[in-house]
Design a protein around this ligand. Structure first.
Ligand code: SAH
Length: 348
């Protein structure tokens, strides 16, 4: 099979063999990528029209008890500036976002024990009271099943936790010994079982990644059937061991977005900040390759530069409203429109 045959197969059967995925990733030409892109854009438009969902991202803490080798807020980074938002500060970000028209808030942070189940349960309740009808998404890393159940019972609707890589040996090269690949994966299944709209995902171009590990990622997504899938290029951070590594490629990231769209037609797929970081039009290109979500930053401007997962992160100098207006303009420039709905997963 050549690349065009594999693209056709992806479009019609929503699947491909491991070998075909590897072949596609290693051999696709610019011309073939344009065929893939058009196909993925069509599928996205069949499901979402020209509508783009927005998620208000609130980066609640730069404290982290983990030491992931790629991440700028890993605990061993002595240069990282640490901050955490109080429940009141988080609530104000949500209320401000709600006034701007956001109906989904993503609370993301390092794994920070300050945010106990009791604190989060109360906070989730408050957000739901102050912002009626909104969806609360958590992205706080691995927690116990009991904790995830409690947060769900308190009203959390969605949980984002990238698997990072579906290859165990690769996972172990990116993470310290105390983190377990099995726990990451089983937590994702548990999230789905509890009833969360669940997001998995991975970095593109992380050190030691190969076309074979990426094929594993694509097959894992197909198997897990998450409602959301977050992918973005790896970008080095100056205070990590990977400081001298190359960032993930634009074309590879775009190819993967398109393949994910073809394999999972109704998945909620963001054009991420990291994609906007490696190319000034990265997010627009992401949408044109099949993505349908953007995540404007609602974090307090004073702390933004300190949520430094990787170098040169964009959107660190703006207020929430500016961030939203900037993205509205960007989406309009390519014929898309940001909508204010919750943007729930509509599949089965
Ligand atoms: N503690 C939470 C949130 C992590 S930050 C959790 O464990 O899920 C969100 C995502 O940023 C991570 O899942 C990772 O994929 C991404 N990230 C971290 N460091 C990065 C880097 N150097 N380049 C690109 N993405 C990075």
């Amino acid at each position: 099979m050549n690349c065009n045959d594999i693209i056709k197969k992806l479009r019609t059967t929503r699947n491909a063999e491991r070998g075909e995925l590897i072949y596609l990733l290693e051999n696709i030409t610019d011309g073939e990528r344009e065929v893939l892109r058009r196909s993925a854009q069509e599928v996205a438009q069949e499901h979402f029209g020209n509508k783009i969902y927005i998620r208000g991202l609130i980066e609640i803490s730069s404290y982290c008890k983990n030491d992931c080798l790629y991440c700028g807020i890993r605990r061993s980074n002595k240069n990282a500036v640490r901050y955490r938002l109080t429940p009141d500060e988080i609530l104000s970000c949500c209320e401000h976002g709600y006034e701007l028209g956001f109906c989904t808030f993503v609370l993301q942070g390092g794994e920070d024990p300050y945010y106990t189940d009791d604190l989060l349960c109360e906070l989730i309740g408050e957000i739901k009271r102050k912002c009626p009808g909104c969806a609360v998404t958590l992205s706080l890393g691995e927690r116990s099943y009991e904790s995830l159940q409690r947060l769900y019972d308190a009203g959390a609707d969605r949980y984002l936790m990238r698997h990072e890589t579906a290859d165990k040996a690769h996972y172990e090269k990116l993470h310290p010994k105390e983190l377990s690949f099995e726990n990451r994966i089983s937590t994702l299944y548990k999230l789905k079982e509890i009833g969360y709209q669940t997001g998995a995902g991975f970095m593109v171009g992380s050190p030691y990644q190969t076309a074979a590990t990426l094929a594993e990622d694509l097959m894992f997504i197909k198997k897990l059937q998450p409602q959301m899938c977050g992918i973005g290029p790896f970008v080095p951070h100056k205070d990590t061991v990977f400081r001298d590594e190359e960032h993930g490629g634009l074309n590879l990231t775009l190819t993967l977005l398109s393949v994910i769209r073809l394999m999972n037609p109704d998945v909620l797929l963001p054009a991420t900040t990291a994609l906007g970081t490696i190319d000034p039009r990265g997010r627009e290109l992401g949408i044109l390759h099949g993505a349908n979500v953007v995540m404007p930053n609602l974090s307090p401007a004073a702390h933004r530069k300190d949520y430094s997962l990787y170098d040169n992160k964009i959107c660190t100098g703006e207020e929430a409203a500016e961030c939203l207006n900037c993205l509205k303009g960007r989406m309009r420039s390519i014929g898309y429109e940001i909508v204010k709905s919750r943007g729930d997963y509509a599949g089965v």
